[in-house]
Structures are given as C-alpha cells and as structure tokens.
Design a protein around this ligand. Sequence first.
Ligand code: HMG
Ligand code: MG
Length: 301
Amino acid sequence: MSYPSSVKLVDVGPRDGLQNEKQAVPAEVKIALVHRLQDAGLKNIEVTSFVSPKWVPQMADNAEVMAGIARQSGGCYSVLTPNLQGFEAALKTSPDEIVVFGAASEAFSQKNINCSIAESIERFRPVVAGAQQHGISVRGAISCAVGCPYEGDVSPDRVAMVARLMREIGVQHVGVADTIGVGTPHKVQRALEAALRHFPLDAVSGHFHDTYGQALANTLASLELGIWQFDTSVAGLGGCPYAKGATGNVATEDVVYMLRGMDIDTGIDLDRLIDAGCYISDALGRKTQSRVASAIIGKRA
Ligand code: HMG
Ligand code: MG
C-alpha cells in the first residue's frame, strides 16, 4: 500500500469550530484566528457561513469577517452557502470557494437546512450555476455519511445517491462528513467508496468529527484509499448546532503530527499551528482538544 506523498488540509475551525460556540466570539478574534492559521502555513481556510442569523447567530458577522481578513496570495478562503440568498451575500465578499451542504439522511437535512434532500439539491442548483459563472469553485458537503443523530446508521448507497445528485448539478468536489463522529475505519471507507462511484479520487475529501475518538483512525483509513484532502479544525474546535452532543472535528494539530511522522507533507508548521490553537483556546477560555497540542504545550512549560 502506498500513502499519498502530500496532503491538503482545510482548516474549518473558524466556521465549523465557532458556529457552535455558546459565548459570542468577536469578529476580530475570528479574523486573528484566520491570520494565525495563515502564519502556520494553512492555505485553505473555511472562514464562515452565509446562513440565517436566526438559525446560527454565531455566523451573523460573516461579511465583517470576510472583509477583515488579509488574504495571502494562493490562499483559498471558503464559505458555506445553503441557498441563493446566502450565495448572493457571499459573492459580495469574494470567496474563492463556496460550500453547499447536503446530507445523506432525510431527517438531518430537515433539521439542518429545513428541507428534504431533493429540495436541497434544487436550492443548490442555482447556487452552483452562479458560482460557475463567477469562476468560484464549489464543494459539496455530505453530512451524516456514516450515521445520523435522528436516523441511526446510514447506508453507503445514500451517500452515493447524494454524490450523484451533486455531481449532476455541477458540484466539483464532495466532502464525506461524519457529522457525529460515530464512524469506524471500514464504515468510513465504504462511505468514501460510495462517493468515489461518482467523483474522481482527487475530488473527494474526508470531514471527520471526533466524538467517539475515531477521527484519526478514520483519517488513516482514508489515506489507505488514496484520499489526500481533509477538513480539520485547529484545537479540535467544532460541532453542529443540529447534531446535539457531537464534538469538534479532528484537531489539525493531531493530523499534522501523524502525517509528519509518516513523511507526508502538509506545508504546515506544527509549532505555529499550536500557537494558533493556544490563541483561540485562550480566547474561548478553555483547554485545547488536541492531544498533540496538549503534549507539546506540556513540554514547552
Ligand atoms: P428556511 O427557513 O427554510 O429559509 O431556512 P427561507 O428561505 O424560508 O427563509 C426564512 C428566513 O430566513 C427569511 O428571513 C430569510 O430572509 C432568511 P425572515 O423573512 O424570516 O426574516 N434566510 C437567510 N438569511 C441569511 N442568509 C441566508 C438565508 N436564507 C434564508 N442564506 C436555511 C433555510 C438554510 C437558511 C436555514 O435552515 C439555516 O440557516 N440553517 C442553518 C444551517 C447551518 O448553518 N448548519 C450548520 C452548518 S452545516 C455543518 O456544520 C455540517 C458540516 O460541517 C459537515 C458535517 O460535519 O456534517 C458542513
Ligand atoms: Mg462539520
């Protein structure tokens, strides 16, 4: 078996991480986090989402955050857009990539975006067309690709179905998301293989929440299939307001440490990344969720 020689990580901390915070996080803290991630070598950052402020007030400062970040050349700054209204608002902030987010579970689709899977595809259709017109790349997230907080186990065929529908409307890349972190390596491989029925290897990524402590194992299992793109979250921040009890994404620090130990390049400076994690953990007044960061901070002291 040969692993990829390099891996692309998208840090979703500013979005997935902070959308679920009980306390208000000022826009300047979000902006400073993006800058610190850039300083650590992150080229791909999911900055915010253009969703209803009534549903997710934490992301209501989306335009302010997008306007406040000093972008680096070659960087890719992504935002979530669930519908045309969100896309039109996002467009004014010049994102490099937009993310439409659907689900492999009907119940989760209803709870998260207030429509069925079929309706969500119809909402995404004009968004994808608009993005194409403006030369903006489109990623599609497939939530609950392994399990759903409302429906339980989710079959790989459901993932394949959503991947096919996304492909048909012109989505360029799909992220297979274990929203509630229940997946184990073989189940995650089956979900990825389902997406690979409709997208090439270079257009499929993994997005693993670490609720059950399986996310690093699931990342390794993905690498075994040749998957080389992952969403991760600095300090292990994250969660979804519509997936109660789900914890953060796998910590970027933990993934970078594992990959570095396997001689797989990420272009990320682990020490600076840990500094970024310390910054946001201090701002939130809590300990990092990254095991690697905790260990290295302990050694620094
Ligand atoms: P809806 O109620 O069906 O929308 O919500 P609507 O079109 O009927 O509009 C109702 C109201 O919402 C109107 O306002 C609209 O203006 C407003 P009102 O007239 O009542 O004052 N509205 C909007 N406002 C701002 N931006 C918009 C927008 N759209 C409508 N884009 C909607 C549909 C999708 C908007 C809503 O359900 C929503 O905002 N849901 C939040 C979903 C969310 O952010 N979830 C978390 C992110 S997904 C995630 O974390 C999973 C992921 O990480 C992968 C994984 O781990 O699984 C990606
Ligand atoms: Mg997520």
